[in-house]
Design a protein around this ligand. Structure first.
Ligand code: 13P
Ligand code: SF4
Length: 359
């Protein structure tokens, strides 16, 4: 990794000047559907044509063209989570992936500015790993029910209650919480992280369901917290079994933030990228992605032979990120992610321990 040990977050220039002061504000370009815009974006429309009607593209395309031009002008890179809408995922993102992939890619980013299309904890993670870069999130209110379920003070109390028990924190937490813990994990490496201590008891917080799903795959005793993802906790085994009964050919592919009884009936469980890879590799004729709605839209053009069966649940936080907000973010250099340096150093260590784990 190339980061300096200096957090760089509120150093003299950074502390006094906002990102807008440091980089300057650019006036929002005219957003017109011109022959140039049509030509510039034609190849991108091909990627989203199954989700955006042709008649609506003239509304999207001027934003796509303006964002892609501004990215170059600003020397910025857009990181987008797999739950972002198709026009973000396919038309303006430079790097897409699950939480672990985005955290890893964030360590390699060359650009001066990172625009994080995802939720707040993801942008904070990018900032922790890139203290000298400017990290922007197009909507500061893009939160996460898991991240909001626990505070640093809660973790300190857990440590008092379970002295000596290592604390593994899901990356879906604030920097303040990460700073109190030993190591982070994501849904794709949680079992490996839990087992990396070689002890018989580990606290795995704050997602109760992820912890129960990890516990089913390891001999390590898992202690947890009562946090839930508001998107995945709503799926029930009954509704999924009803789909399966109606059509036994359907394969159920679930995220480990789902309740245990949902995961138990799934044909595959994994991180968002794990789910995407499963569908890409196996191409089941019919699949029910038990997760956020945009996942099926984002992958469907790659696997036209797969029939994606609903239901899905929408993450209202992920959906706060839109093309107009991304454009404003790049024009006005907002909203800037800053992390208190006293917290950042300790939180970074927890993320770096995870990123540096050998696979
Ligand atoms: P992944 O790490 O699997 O991308 O999950 C992130 C998330 O927020 C799922 O709800
Ligand atoms: Fe948080 Fe759930 Fe939304 Fe993921 S889907 S960001 S865990 S609320």
């Amino acid at each position: 990794m190339t980061q300096s040990t200096d957090t760089g977050m509120n150093r003299t220039a950074g502390a006094a000047l906002s990102a807008a002061d440091r980089f300057g504000v650019i006036e929002r370009p005219a957003l017109e559907w011109t022959p140039e815009v049509a030509e510039e974006t034609a190849h991108l429309y091909e990627r989203v044509k199954d989700h955006i009607p042709k008649i609506e593209w003239p509304v999207y395309a001027p934003y796509v063209a303006a964002i892609n031009r501004l990215k170059k002008e600003r020397n910025a890179v857009i990181l987008a989570h797999n739950y972002q809408t198709p026009e973000i995922y396919h038309c303006v993102a430079d790097i897409v992936g699950d939480s672990l992939q985005l955290a890893k890619e964030a360590t390699k980013v060359d650009a001066e500015i990172i625009v994080q299309c995802g939720v707040h904890f993801m942008a904070e993670t990018s900032k922790l790993l890139n203290p000298d870069k400017t990290v922007l999130i197009p909507d500061m209110k893009a939160g996460c029910s898991l991240a909001e379920s626990i505070t640093g003070a809660d973790v300190r109390l857990l440590r008092e209650r379970y002295p000596g028990v290592p604390v593994v924190t899901y990356v879906n937490t604030s920097a303040e919480v990460k700073a109190e813990t030993d190591i982070c994990c994501t849904s794709s490496n949680a079992v490996q992280v839990v087992e990396s201590f070689g002890v018989d008891r580990v606290l795995c917080i704050p997602d109760e369901y992820l912890a129960l799903n990890v516990a089913a795959q390891t001999k390590v005793k898992i202690l947890t917290w009562k946090g839930h993802c508001e998107v995945h906790e709503r799926f029930t085994a009954e509704e999924l079994l009803a789909y399966k009964e109606a059509d036994p050919e359907i394969e159920i592919v679930a995220h480990p933030e789902c309740p245990r009884e949902v995961v138990e009936i799934a044909d595959y469980t994994g991180s968002t990228s794990g789910m995407i890879n499963y569908v890409r590799d196996r191409k089941p004729p019919k699949v029910l992605l038990v997760t956020e709605c945009s996942m099926a839209s984002n992958i469907s053009s790659e696997v036209p032979e797969v029939n994606f069966v609903k239901p899905c649940n929408m993450c209202p936080h992920m959906k706060r990120i839109t093309l107009p907000k991304i454009l404003d973010s790049l024009c006005e250099m907002k909203e800037e992610i800053l992390v208190d340096p006293a917290i950042a150093d300790r939180a970074r260590l927890a993320v770096e321990r995870m990123v540096n784990l050998k696979h």
